[in-house]
Write a protein that binds this ligand. Structure first.
Ligand code: ATP
Ligand code: MG
Length: 320
């Protein structure tokens, strides 16, 4: 029986002029009820494509889901039709905070009008109940002076305030599973910390599960129980955050971690850019890996439990 949330053998591609390009190939990814899972990967790794696949929002007909299951509370979301996804799952039990806050909020309506629209439509509230619920939601995301925020337009809010409004709208329907796609990407470091704390607090208070997507491994360490590292659409390391981050086994994860500056004097390091022949069938990290041997070029490593406990897809992981 699959877990509360479990992705199995998911393979997604995009049709392009040059033929099809595989962008996701995930053997298994599990998130427990009420848990936070941090998914880290560089730009283009496939993080947003994964989020859109879960919600059935992939652009059609460009995207093709070749195979796989996405189990959610006993049901395979990939087997659900658009009608059922819309009526029962998306924006109801599963909510998403999209990567770009400005594209989520409509600039021509006030915050209050936008929240009201959602609670009227999703929860069937009317009149005074709408105003009461809107205020409650803004208070839930700890926006000071919620009453006056309701009357403001998105451009009158700071980036952090806008992100709080978006979180309020996302959770307005009482979702139990939140996908947060790089929710702090364009925010200052201090504001980032506030948003992360808010998501962490909401997760605990509401008991929801969170798939937290980030391009920075440091963010995940803060509040995710488990973490996965996505590289070229493949999960290359997966397990408890403290193992994935403090005892990383995959050379790519190690590079990501060594790239976090430890103090201000230390300069940002970059991943190796040694160009070796492009891997045909083997490990996607082959061309950038300093440890690669011929087996890495020839064969695709599968996720296997390492001596430390986390899963790693690397032939060289135990040889270091
Ligand atoms: N509509 C599309 N048509 C063709 N290819 C696409 C489309 N959307 C995404 N892709 C490709 O899929 C791959 C994964 O993209 P995705 O947006 O998931 O990356 P990401 O990990 O979210 O990156 P970022 O951190 O920049 O948001 C990329 O190579 C991208 O070019
Ligand atoms: Mg993205």
């Amino acid at each position: 029986m699959p877990g509360y949330f479990e992705i199995q053998n998911l393979s997604v591609g995009f049709r392009t002029f040059e033929g099809e390009r595989r962008v996701l190939d995930i053997e298994r990814l599990v998130i427990g009820r009420g848990e936070t899972y941090g998914l880290v990967g560089e730009s283009g790794a496939g993080k947003t494509v994964l989020a859109l696949t879960i919600l059935g929002l992939l652009p059609k007909p460009a995207a093709v889901v070749h195979s796989g299951s996405i189990w959610f509370d006993g049901q395979d979301l990939l087997q659900k039709g658009e009608k059922e996804l819309y009526a029962r799952y998306r924006g109801k039990r599963l909510a998403m905070i999209f990567q770009d806050p400005m594209s989520t909020l409509n600039p021509v309506f006030t915050v209050g009008q936008q929240i009201a629209r959602v609670v009227e439509k999703q929860q069937g509230l009317r009149g005074a109940a709408v105003a009461k619920r809107s205020l409650e939601l803004l208070e839930m995301v700890k926006l000071p002076d919620a009453q006056s925020t309701l009357k403001k337009y998105p451009h009158e809010l700071s980036g952090g305030q806008r992100q709080r409004v978006i979180i309020a709208i996302a959770l307005s329907c009482g979702a139990e599973f939140l996908i947060a796609d790089e929710p702090t990407r364009n925010l200052d470091v201090t504001i980032q910390a506030g948003i992360l704390k808010l998501i962490g607090d909401l997760q605990k208070d509401l008991g929801i599960s969170v798939l937290f997507i980030a391009n920075n491994v440091g963010l995940v360490n803060v509040f995710c129980k488990n973490a996965g590292i996505l590289y070229h659409g493949k999960l290359v390391e997966d397990g408890p955050s403290e193992l994935v981050i403090r005892a990383a086994k995959h050379p790519y994860t190690q590079t990501l971690i060594s790239a976090i500056p430890r103090d201000k004097s230390e300069k940002l390091k970059f991943a190796s850019t040694v160009i070796k022949p492009e891997a045909q069938r083997g490990c996607p990290y082959y061309s950038r890996c300093n440890l690669a041997e011929s087996i890495c070029f020839d064969r695709m490593p599968m996720l296997e439990t390492s001596s430390s406990g986390q899963k790693v897809a690397c032939f060289m992981a135990e040889k270091q």
